[in-house]
Design a protein around this ligand. Structure first.
Ligand SMILES: [Mg+2]
Length: 385
């Protein structure tokens, strides 16, 4: 069985825990200011006003003038994320992180020791609440696809278990957009055929779907039946480390996009350093509102896990991707940053005066401070121009 765990309003919840006077207020993390940048996370009080993560900050403050805005403190979230992972690790080493606050766990090998997957999920929820004063939603299911929907459907503080023989009954009434890969465009096309639920979709033949949607039709056919064979790939085995985010509304403001790109880069670089890995290739993914997707990569002169090195490559790739877009003012719906091409050699750089050593040192100090004093507000300033 697979458990999907997803922290509720993660960045915002951590900030509220650190600043109890914010309890009860609409809170977002993001910025840098009321008029610039994007919302990185919104608590549930803010969501009542229609404020969501990845929304331009200027729009969020328009929707909710009373909004409390806190700067992104990635160092703090990374250190809390580490503590969360330590709790996961008590139950299985088979952990595939999707971002700082979300992971798949394969607990198939842990059942003898700890009881059922549902019991393990309950224990993880309780330990995260007791030890970290944070709330996680859990979905337990035979595969990743169903587990991910299950963790989301009862948020916040969700706990949904879908047994093997319940998968179809669980999926059938859900809207087709719940299926990975069914975006607005496919959803509209399906609606035009009178297909609104997963059950409607499942009633079509594979042939019928493939005739209309090509290979994509085969993909949604399989997921509609709850078939998903993908395994949980732990970081140790992973060939790349990446983070991506889909915006609630397409973003055209370049400054906001760059602010988001910078956050994604910081997350990926920190995860690399945590795993003691260095990669030679930096990848970015930009998906535009018409679903055209540009994936670009750049090879570094040497394998790295330095935030600054990865950032420089990611930003250059982003700029050229934006230029490549045929749109006059590109509207972006998804942004992703990844590093691959791992070298397993641990090269020690001896030259303290090189620029390299300077950045290594900077990262090292930041990581160390984060580990020891997670509450310190350490994050580097960055020109987003
Ligand atoms: Mg979350």
């Amino acid at each position: 069985m697979i458990i999907h765990l997803d922290m509720d309003a993660f960045f915002a919840s951590v900030e509220i825990r650190e600043n109890p006077e914010l309890v009860g207020f609409p809170v977002v993390v993001g910025g840098p200011s009321k008029t610039r940048g994007v919302v990185a996370a919104a608590n549930y009080a803010a969501r009542k006003y229609g404020v969501y993560s990845a929304m331009p900050m200027v729009q969020a403050t328009r929707l909710c003038p009373d909004l409390r805005i806190l700067p992104v403190n990635m160092a703090l979230y990374v250190s809390v994320s580490k503590q969360i992972h330590e709790i996961f690790n008590r139950y299985t080493p088979e952990i595939e992180p999707l971002s700082l606050d979300e992971a798949f766990l394969d607990v198939s090998g842990s059942l003898k020791l700890f009881g059922s997957a549902a019991e393990i999920a309950q224990r993880i929820k309780k330990e995260i609440k007791d030890e970290l004063q944070l709330v996680v939603s859990a979905g337990v299911a035979p595969n990743k696809f169903v587990a991910k929907i299950a963790s989301d459907i009862d948020k916040p503080d969700g706990f949904v278990v879908v047994e093997e023989n319940e998968v179809q009954a669980f999926l059938d009434p859900l809207p087709v957009k719940r299926i990975w890969g069914v975006g607005k465009k496919t959803e509209q096309q399906l609606h035009n055929y009178g297909i609104t639920t997963i059950k409607d979709l499942r009633s079509q033949t594979e042939r019928w779907l493939m005739d209309r949607f090509g290979k994509h039709g085969d993909h949604i056919y399989r997921l509609a039946h709850g078939w998903d064979k993908r395994e949980v790939i732990s970081d140790v085995k992973a060939k790349s480390i990446s983070n991506e985010t889909t915006f609630v509304e397409d973003i055209t403001d370049k400054e906001s996009l760059i602010a988001y790109l910078s956050q994604l880069t910081e997350q990926v670089a920190t995860r690399l350093r945590e795993k003691d890995r260095k990669g030679k290739t930096v990848n970015i993914k930009v998906r535009f509102h018409d679903f055209t997707t540009i994936i670009r990569s750049k090879t570094l002169s040497e394998a790295s896990n330095q935030t600054e090195k990865i950032w420089q490559a990611a930003r250059a790739l982003f700029n050229s991707a934006m230029k490549e877009s045929a749109m006059r003012q590109p509207a972006v719906r998804l942004l992703g940053v990844g590093v691959s091409g791992f070298s397993d050699e641990h090269v020690v750089q001896g030259d303290l005066f090189s620029e390299n050593a300077k950045y290594d040192e900077l990262d090292e100090v930041a990581d160390e401070i984060n580990q020891r004093f997670g509450k310190l507000k350490i994050h580097r300033g960055r020109n987003t121009k």
